[in-house]
Design a protein around this ligand. Structure first.
Ligand SMILES: [Zn+2]
Length: 75
């Protein structure tokens, strides 16, 4: 059994299964198995702020920035 924890805050990831067929259903599932729900939400919030010009990428917490960039690169 792997001890999966969130790459940002270190919270344990519960109920994560990498082998289910039902992947990519919702945006919240992004980074599933890597980030916890709270941190994914934070990444999405940062992304939205950057897109709206409210936040500059360099002002994003370094721990989140990498994931925000990944998210933005997908679109
Ligand atoms: Zn987290």
């Amino acid at each position: 059994m792997k001890n999966l924890v969130c790459a940002i805050c270190g919270s344990k990831l519960h109920g994560v299964s990498k082998s289910t067929a039902k992947t990519r259903t919702r945006p919240e599932r992004l980074f599933g198995g890597i980030l916890c729900h709270k941190c994914v939400e934070q990444v999405i919030t940062y992304k939205t702020r950057v897109e709206d010009g409210l936040t500059k990428p360099k002002d994003i917490d370094i721990r989140y920035r990498k994931y925000v960039n990944q998210l933005m690169g997908k679109e």
